[in-house]
Design a protein around this ligand. Structure first.
Ligand code: SF4
Ligand code: SF4
Length: 257
């Protein structure tokens, strides 16, 4: 459905073209987002065909045209509240299940590629959270943060991180500087030959890396081709997740008495 693949090819990423690519990606995402939102509204409206206004005691000329968006607050007796419930049910079941299916498909495609053991992801991990924030999140039950602080320690300063992998450091800094703060970490379990000394016990975040094709990969990563292969699909899924969550929340609020 979407033919933007060529825009997203990032073969030789540099600081300058990263910014351009990020801008392009944002524009592409915006387009995808709007198309999917329209598709959702069409789907919602098709669910309403068999309903017609029962002219309850709240009837007004507005009711003639029926609500166009299931997030609207409707009177308690309005027949279209059934429609809102149906939309919410669809979002929570069929639509959510199809998103999960698509995510699985994307992750399966990852198996076509292999880790090149460059160790970049062990030497230079990044997070929008400081070490203190990660600890707090871990204490509050966040599994990712828990695993992250179980292996990674923060670099003393940004210069120390930059020395390890200047090119990748610059890319990450450039990308995150546009939106948020970034902190750099390394894993002390790596030996001098860049091999993991605790490979059998490494946590899931190591086993599953990279599990998100929308993040920046080091140039040396063996999964860059996977990223190229699935980028538009991943943006589409991302938009679907955002839109689904939005409608679920807004329809639930609209249905509250
Ligand atoms: S535990 Fe092993 S695989 Fe995980 S980051 Fe550390 S060195 Fe890399
Ligand atoms: S950056 Fe990619 S290729 Fe390098 S060690 Fe990590 S997963 Fe493997």
């Amino acid at each position: 459905m979407f033919t933007f693949n060529t825009y997203l090819r990032v073969k030789a990423l540099t600081k300058d073209n990263l910014i351009q690519n990020e801008e392009k990606k944002k524009n592409i995402y915006r387009e995808i987002f709007l198309k999917i939102n329209d598709a959702f509204l069409m789907r919602f409206n098709s669910e309403k065909k068999h309903l017609s206004c029962s002219q309850c005691k709240n009837y007004s000329t507005v009711c003639k045209h029926s609500p166009k968006n299931p997030t609207e607050k409707l009177p308690k007796d309005c027949i279209y509240r059934f429609w809102q419930e149906k939309c919410l049910y669809e979002l929570e079941t069929t639509i959510s299940n199809s998103i999960i299916k698509e995510i699985k498909k994307i992750n399966q495609l990852r198996n076509k590629y292999t880790c090149q053991k460059c160790a970049a992801c062990c030497k230079l991990a990044s997070s929008e959270y400081s070490y203190e924030q990660l600890k707090e999140r871990a204490q509050n039950g966040d599994i990712f943060s828990k695993q992250f602080i179980s292996i990674f320690v923060p670099y003393k300063n940004k210069e120390a991180a930059r020395k390890v992998y200047p090119e990748f450091f610059d890319l990450l800094e450039t990308k995150y500087k546009q939106d948020e703060q970034i902190y750099f970490y390394y894993c002390p379990k790596l030996d001098k030959n860049d091999l993991c000394t605790d490979y059998e016990n490494r946590p899931d975040i190591c086993r599953d890396f990279p599990n998100n094709p929308l993040v920046i990969f080091p140039k040396s990563c063996g999964y860059r081709q996977w990223q190229d292969e699935v980028d538009v699909k991943a943006l589409t899924i991302h938009a679907m997740v955002e839109i689904t969550e939005f409608y679920k929340e807004k329809i639930s609020i609209a249905l509250k008495d």
